[in-house]
Write a new protein. Structure first.
Length: 251
């Protein structure tokens, strides 16, 4: 099989997943957008969290041209990417009990805020406890996960529960267990993961829904512009000054 045919198969798989999410998750995406708009309108704050590669869609909506300036990344040291040495430490930290509580207790998140938790499997202690503790603090929790993992794997949290069990709103990415879309004779492992493509699309769809909901209420969404277009820096400076008490990625 040619390399170009494999590449095309991946695009087809990703497009199919995006269509499924669009058609099947639209009520949840609308609800998530409304929850975020509610928080913005009420003067509350927005946070996104993900560990490992699930941090990528979270980071994609923080300090983003065309995105909401109020979305903050809730960082858990050592878990946000592959900059940790060894990289396997990040995976190990996801299984540590009590870490989520310590992070939330030292963060600016409080009752009325919204926290989006991204975890493909939703089975590790960190995202499960993050959701449980956030709800106990009075935050609205939106979980972005693959619901298939709840039946295809076992939870690593002491409760036996998954992320989806502790959220106010659950958005299902439809990613199959294992996160690999392609197989080929002569290659022993499945390959070509699509979770980042699909989950990032979900996050941007939620942000779009939130912006539309704010506009429908007669409120100007606090959006950032690209710094690479004329006037972008000036626009962003005004937005950040107006909402500085709810933006935590700036000094």
């Amino acid at each position: 099989m040619s390399e170009s045919k494999l590449a095309g198969q991946f695009f087809d798989a990703a497009i199919g997943l995006l269509q499924r999410v669009r058609d099947e998750e639209s009520p949840g995406i609308a609800a998530a957008g409304t929850a975020i708009a509610d928080a913005v309108a009420a003067g509350n704050r927005l946070f996104a969290f993900g560990a490992g590669h699930s941090s990528l869609p979270a980071q994609d909506v923080v300090y983003r041209a065309g995105g909401l300036a109020l979305m903050n990344f809730l960082a858990v040291p050592g878990t946000a990417g592959v900059d940790v040495m060894p990289a396997t430490l990040g995976s190990a930290l996801e299984r540590v009990d009590g870490l989520a509580g310590a992070v939330l207790d030292s963060s600016p998140a409080s009752a009325g805020d919204v926290l989006v938790i991204i975890s493909l499997s939703g089975r590790n202690a960190l995202p499960v406890e993050m959701a449980m503790n956030a709800r106990a603090l009075g935050l609205t929790v939106i979980g972005v996960t693959s619901v298939a993992y709840a039946t295809g794997t076992k939870s690593r949290h002491a409760s036996g529960g998954f992320l989806k069990d502790h959220c106010d709103i659950v958005l299902d990415s439809k990613i199959a267990v294992g996160d690999a879309e392609l197989t080929l004779d002569g290659i022993d492992a499945p390959f070509a993961p699509a979770s980042t493509v699909v989950t990032s699309a979900i996050m941007q769809a939620v942000m779009a829904a939130a912006a539309g909901e704010l506009a429908a209420r007669g409120l100007e969404p606090p959006l950032l512009r690209s710094g690479n277009v004329d006037g972008g820096h000036e626009w962003n400076g005004r937005v950040m000054a107006e909402y500085r008490d709810r933006i935590f990625f700036r000094h």
